[in-house]
Design a protein around this ligand. Sequence first.
Ligand code: NAP
Length: 281
Amino acid sequence: MKLQVIGDPVLHSKSPAIHTAMLGALGLDVPYTARVVRRGELSQYLIWARENGVTGFNATMPHKEDLIPLLDEVDPAAQTVGAVNTVCLRDGRWMGFNTDGAGAVAALQDGLGLDPAGRTVTLLGAGGAARAVALALSQAGTERVYVCNRTAARAEELCARDPSGRLTPAAFDGATLRKCAARSQLLMNCTNLGMEGCPSQFENFSFLDALPPGAAVFDLIYHPNQTELLAQAKRRGLKTLNGLPMLVWQAVLALERFLNRPLDRPAMAVAAAKVLAPSGQ
Ligand code: NAP
């Protein structure tokens, strides 16, 4: 058995360290390595992987969507999201899953003690991560998710994927963000704003003032460890969570898929989080 993460770029990925830590905690000597696979090279990679004993891999940029038509089977949740991040070889068949959304929901529960069922959420962004998270929030029974995005058509397209009617597209201007925030117990940033290397930043943070007392702010970004959004939320006494717990939990759920058996999830999350502690970064 061999496991990999593929992408381009991928050599910066924390997945090898996280999975190696979890496999070590299970007493399994399974190699997990990073491999650069460029756009357009997926079909050759699937052949190479099969011939070289790779029985599972994670996929990152730019492959999450392109993989779908190349796999033998895709889990219904991943099909709805339109992206896979975890692929396993089972009985000679490539099967695709997406653990990003469930990883975010698990991170919410673990990191903030927040069950999204019955809650109203303001979700910023409508890209790949936002799609996985919004659909997982809907499946977890949220009352409503306002999907606020700069490009209105993308927010509308995302919400149309969810048959439950719980997702509502919204604009990204200050007035709309404040209106949505006032009704929400949780605000999630699924945009690139505040990420290291992203030249743009939120124009202002007044939407945070509209959140009710006791609300939480979850930023999917983990580079930097604390974004300006989280710093501003903390200053206002709001609960905060960065993207590291989601990174950990999507990996725990991926490892369950690779090994095809349930794991002691909290123990795996502890093993994975250790390698992401400040000294391990
Ligand atoms: P993506 O598909 O490229 O989507 C980017 C989103 O950001 C889009 O909604 C885009 O809006 C919005 N955006 C970009 N620049 C903007 C600006 N100047 N003003 C307003 N909106 C802007 O990226 P992604 O894969 O979804 O990733 C989004 C973030 O999530 C990244 O920071 C990534 O690191 C993080 N992430 C974290 C984890 C984790 O495990 N913690 C997992 C996945 C992703 P438009 O539609 O208008 O372009």
